[in-house]
Write a protein that binds this ligand. Structure first.
Ligand code: SF4
Length: 561
């Protein structure tokens, strides 16, 4: 029999598919596509445990004995085999002498057999591929075995014509899926998803919910996305040097240790002004997928270093190929969502009569959904922003130690912000856009090519797009918190050259409040489970990816009630 003809002859396809990816294919074809074609990985306790188990069998102890030699009870460990003819590759944990002129591949699994005491279908296929490749090398193989570590049991698999024929068909289907740039749809209501390491990337329940009309939608039990480990480290100490030593990030000033963090607790390193990050630290951080972000002393986001760009090239292709109509549709929803969130913000926090502004904002949110061009949308957004910021000072309470009367006069000003309120607003928007840039890059988007904001002057247009719906929810909420709780005062600002900027003390207070806000849990309006803003931002970016890739019809902005 031959499976060599099953590999589609398309440029760009690898020569061989690894057997462990066929294992994923049998578990879920979408998982196979996400992992192998899109190269998206997520680690989990299960994955780490599997790697730990494999440390025993991964110790390579020589090649397979020659077919002409007697094995005499010999074993070979960690043997790599591949066949371009079959389009398959594998690494065998162990090959044993079968005792009757045959050899037996043994695969190590950390779990347990199925409830009948047999091998799981995905494990079985992986073993059969190993048998197939051993046969291709000329060895006689009549059975394979899987050792399940949890129950310390060996399970036998018969290697006969029917079994190999079955594998042939699976391999054929797997190659077809690999050749398709679109991933297969997620499984629906499958218990497999709860055990899948990519559930936080795939978000099957969330995609399913958004395809169900809101009235028929049931709240999801819980968010299965993995907890985004780690927190950003902000280094604002001028003259400091950031280094890495013994898996810890260290901040030193004139050689003296000022702060130290375990690298596993760090998600990004943000440095402000005159702070040096050693070359060795940059390398070490990038190798762990921890980006380094540079800001000017005043908090202007000026650059980012991250590891290799996201490997999800199909997403980037889809992003650049999105039609003008699709871009406008997404932008309408984002801007309408932004206006509705501004309105809610005023309704909840403003003192005084706001019903007129509230009604005007409501109408503008409706108009945004009907905008016929991005120019028109821009106009609607501008009108809404003027109305909203005209009422913004009404949300600043009497406990604020910062005088906002200059804002009433200036309105919203940028580059430079002209008064303290504008300075805090600008800084919070910078932080928000920075986080969305990192999130989008991590997923595989190009953050510089937007749907609403045009790409120019190196600004992260897509991050600015996604920031729209989070401006009130995250950034402006932080601004009101630091003002109304008295967390910043007049001494935290400095006026210079017609502009106003936050002093280091003020930046620290705002950074603390901003991180607090990102950790705050809310009930997700669409899905009904609790999630922090940090995770909601990640989910929104992934949903945007699903729309661009055609897995979801419409984008739904994050709007709170
Ligand atoms: S979460 Fe479910 S649908 Fe998504 S890849 Fe994993 S098993 Fe497949």
């Amino acid at each position: 029999m031959s499976v060599g003809t099953t590999r589609p002859d398309l440029p760009g396809l690898p020569e061989t598919v690894p057997a462990r990816m066929l294992n994923e294919f049998v578990y879920c074809p979408r998982l196979f596509h996400l992992e192998w074609v899109q190269q998206q990985f997520a680690t989990s306790d299960d994955v780490e445990e599997g790697l730990y188990l494999h440390r025993v069998v991964d110790r390579e102890t020589g090649d397979l004995p020659d077919k002409s030699e007697a094995w005499n009870g010999r074993v070979a460990r960690s043997v790599s085999l591949s066949s371009p003819r079959l389009g398959l590759a594998t690494r065998l944990d162990l090959v044993e002498d079968g005792g009757d002129g045959t050899v037996v591949p043994v695969d190590y699994k950390k779990g347990h057999p199925n409830k009948d005491g047999g091998a799981w279908p995905s494990d079985r296929v992986q073993s059969l591929v190993q048998a197939l490749l051993l046969r291709e090398e000329g060895y006689a193989v009549e059975r394979a075995e899987i050792w399940y570590a949890e129950t310390r049991q060996r399970v036998h698999i018969t290697v006969d014509y029917a079994a190999l024929q079955e594998v042939t068909e699976i391999v054929t289907r797997a190659w077809q899926v690999a050749a398709d740039p679109s991933a297969p749809p997620p499984l629906r209501d499958s218990p497999k998803c709860a055990l899948c390491s990519l559930v936080g990337i795939c978000l099957p329940d969330e995609l399913d919910a958004l395809q169900t009309p809101p009235k028929q939608r049931r709240p999801l039990k819980r968010l299965m996305a993995p907890i985004l480990e780690g927190r950003p480290v902000y280094v604002t100490l001028q003259g400091a040097v950031v280094g890495v030593r013994s898996d810890r990030l260290e901040v030193r000033l004139s050689g003296e240790l000022k702060a130290s963090y375990r690298l596993i607790d760090v998600s990004q390193v943000c440095v402000f002004g005159n702070v040096t990050v050693s070359a060795q630290a940059v390398r070490s951080l990038l190798s762990r997928d921890i980006p380094v972000l540079w800001f000017s002393y005043g908090g202007w986001f000026s650059g980012i270093a991250e590891g290799l760009p996201g490997k999800n090239v199909d997403l980037r292709i889809a992003q650049f190929r999105a039609s003008e109509q699709q871009q406008l549709e997404i932008a309408r929803r984002m801007i309408s969502g932004k206006i509705r969130n501004s309105r809610t913000m005023l309704r909840r926090n403003a003192r005084g009569e706001m019903s007129r502004v509230g009604e005007q904002l409501k109408q503008l949110a409706i108009q945004a959904m009907q905008a016929e061009s991005s120019q028109q949308l821009l106009g609607i957004e501008g009108t809404a922003a003027r109305l909203y910021f005209g009422s913004f000072p009404a949300m600043v309470g009497k406990n604020s130690r910062v005088d906002v009367s200059d804002f009433q006069e200036n309105g919203r000003t940028r580059r430079p912000p002209k008064d303290p309120l504008n300075a805090v607003l600008s800084f919070c928007y910078t932080l928000l856009v920075k986080d969305l840039t990192v999130t989008l890059m991590g997923i595989g988007f190009d953050p510089y090519y937007g749907m609403f904001h045009r790409p120019r002057f190196g600004r992260p247009a897509l991050a600015l797009d996604l920031a729209e719906e989070f401006r009130s929810l995250v950034a402006e909420s932080v601004v009101l918190q630091v003002l109304n709780n008295g967390e910043v005062g007049p001494q935290d600002f400095q006026s210079r050259g017609g502009g106003c900027m936050l002093e280091a003390s003020g930046r620290k207070a705002v950074l603390r409040a901003y991180e607090r806000r990102l950790d705050q849990e809310i009930t997700h309006p669409q899905f009904g489970y609790k999630a922090s803003y940090r995770r909601v931002m990640d989910i929104q970016a992934r949903m945007l990816g699903a729309v661009v890739l055609g897995e979801l019809d419409d984008y739904t902005a994050m709007v709170t009630r």
